[in-house]
Write a protein that binds this ligand. Structure first.
Ligand SMILES: [Zn+2]
Length: 204
């Protein structure tokens, strides 16, 4: 109820700020995207040596200290559409399986300031840590680095007449958001996430 109320009465000034800060504004040049995509493809094949079945990927789970454990093979989570609809909330299904974007300033992850990890809503893989979160002013949870490079796939996204780099969960192919090169140091990257794609777990 609160979420709907907040979204429904977005002030004009905020709406303008949102429009200016919208991830769509971070359109990459084709050459840049090609480079990123090439790196992504290379990384993907490095993750998937020929000896490994296509249904397996390399991931990093969290160790006892909350930091990435050693990379390890994991089964991909492949479910049919009906099962995804049953497992996910309608909004999580719309975003992660339908590659949609939630409205800014509407997700619970934005104001989460406690220490912990953000897991994939589809398969529970840890994707981001609170120590890499920053306030981008865009209205979407933003991070300057992933929990582990292994856990994300980057893919060229030409939808909606734009050229962007989409980020997906390597284990279940959930659409998570997009990544841009206008983030803060030390990486200069801005991983722009949909809150509904993430499940936050407090640090133990
Ligand atoms: Zn996942």
């Amino acid at each position: 109820m609160v979420r709907g109320a907040i979204c429904g009465i977005l002030p004009a000034a905020v709406a303008l700020a949102v429009a200016r800060a919208d991830p769509d504004a971070g359109i990459r040049s084709p050459s840049h995207t090609k480079t990123s995509f090439a790196k992504t493809e290379q990384a993907f094949f490095e993750k998937s040596p020929s000896s490994m079945p296509a249904s397996r990927v390399i991931v990093c789970w969290a160790g006892p200290d909350g930091r990435p454990a050693s990379p390890t093979p994991a089964e991909k989570l492949v479910l049919d559409d009906r099962t995804w609809r049953r497992r996910l909330s309608p909004e999580a299904y719309r975003v992660t399986r339908g590659r949609e974007t939630e409205r800014p300033f509407c997700g619970g992850g934005l104001d989460q300031k406690e220490a912990g990890l953000y897991h994939c809503v589809g398969c529970d893989l840890p994707l981001f840590a609170s120590d890499a979160k920053f306030n981008s002013g865009t209205g979407w949870p933003s991070f300057f680095r992933p929990f582990a490079e292994e856990n994300l796939v980057e893919r060229t996204d030409e939808s909606h007449g734009m050229l962007r780099v989409e980020i997906l969960c390597v284990r279940c192919d959930a659409h998570l958001g997009h990544v841009f090169d206008d983030g803060p140091p030390p990486t200069g990257r801005r991983y722009c996430l949909n809150s509904v794609a993430l499940v936050f777990r407090l640090k133990k």
